[in-house]
Write a protein that binds this ligand. Structure first.
Ligand code: PDD
Length: 284
């Protein structure tokens, strides 16, 4: 695999950064994961907008303009396409950079560290929806911080939640806040279906503004499927006709059980299928 580190392309196994990098010491950085299928990038400008917002929130200067980022992504796809195959995710990472001392407070004018690499993601399920089995998930109290709208590389809260679900043999964990309202899952956003209406929690500091979430909402509106951004209680979740998770690598994935309780009839639902196909037509 060929990666990109600080203006250079090199084998991933040779990419090295200083242990004094604030990304390493503090998780002080921003990242993105951008999916591509057959060389076509999904949601490029939306991913760029989110990264720009995150960098601004951390007061890290964006080291590249959008054209330069596009060139990096395209080069990684070109250099790695042959061995990774047609479905590729590109990881972009900008940390605040390094300095030869460890202080919570940072010096101004550090040079951000830029890292990017490409990795295989599952092929789109839209070509074979009948073969999709659906996900088994757990439900857990959201114990992360209160800035989950920032796509920060500080992911320990998500990692601990995910690993707990994995230990229980689950694919993912859906999280709820103090008011028993669903926020998101540990690596994806949450949608439910109630009597033909699609609902998803509104954007705020408790969840990441997922690009797949945004594109799915737009594609549902395009197809005249009713979609609402409203708070969802854990009770509504458990009684939903369908539950879906969205992310760059999962696209739109059906959930068939929560804490071992079946959702609907325990199979991917009919509206999921419509939504996946609508998303697939719209995503590029
Ligand atoms: N995860 N919520 C969280 C906490 C996430 O980490 C992600 C993405 C999403 C979905 O966002 P998007 O649709 O833009 O991928 C929601 C990425 C893929 C990851 O960390 O690997």
């Amino acid at each position: 695999t060929i990666a990109f580190l600080n203006h250079q392309y090199l084998p991933l196994s040779e990419a090295k950064i200083s242990p004094m990098d604030r990304g390493f010491l503090f998780g002080d950085g921003i990242y993105e994961v951008i999916p591509s299928f057959g060389g076509r990038i999904v949601g490029f400008s939306a991913h760029m907008q989110r990264m720009e917002n995150g960098l601004r929130a951390l007061e890290i200067e964006n080291p590249f303009d959008r054209e330069s980022w596009q060139r990096v992504i395209q080069s990684l796809l070109d250099k790695n396409g042959a061995h990774l195959g047609p479905s590729i995710g590109v990881y972009l990472h900008v940390s605040r950079g390094m300095e030869m001392t460890r202080n919570h407070g940072y010096s101004e004018n550090l040079t951000p560290t830029v890292f990017a690499f490409a990795f295989r993601i599952p092929p789109s399920q839209s070509a074979h929806p009948d073969e999709v089995k659906g996900l088994h998930v757990s439900l857990a109290k959201d114990l992360r911080w209160q800035r989950c709208h920032i796509k920060s590389t500080s992911l320990l809260g998500n990692v601990l939640h995910f690993q707990e679900a994995k230990r229980d043999g689950k694919h993912e964990s859906i999280l709820f806040n103090h008011q028993n309202e669903i926020t998101e899952a540990t690596t994806s956003n949450v949608f439910i279906v109630e009597q033909g209406i699609v609902r998803t929690p509104p954007l705020d500091n408790q969840l990441l503004p997922g690009i797949t979430r945004k594109l799915l909402i737009e594609s549902l509106i395009n197809e005249n499927i009713q979609v609402e951004e409203v708070t969802i209680s854990t009770e509504k979740l458990m009684n939903a006709d369908e539950i879906w998770l969205t992310s760059s690598s999962k696209e739109v994935a059906p959930v068939v059980s929560v804490d071992d309780n079946l959702i609907g009839d325990g199979k991917p639902g009919p509206l999921w299928r419509k939504a996946l196909l609508a998303y697939d037509r719209y995503k590029f």
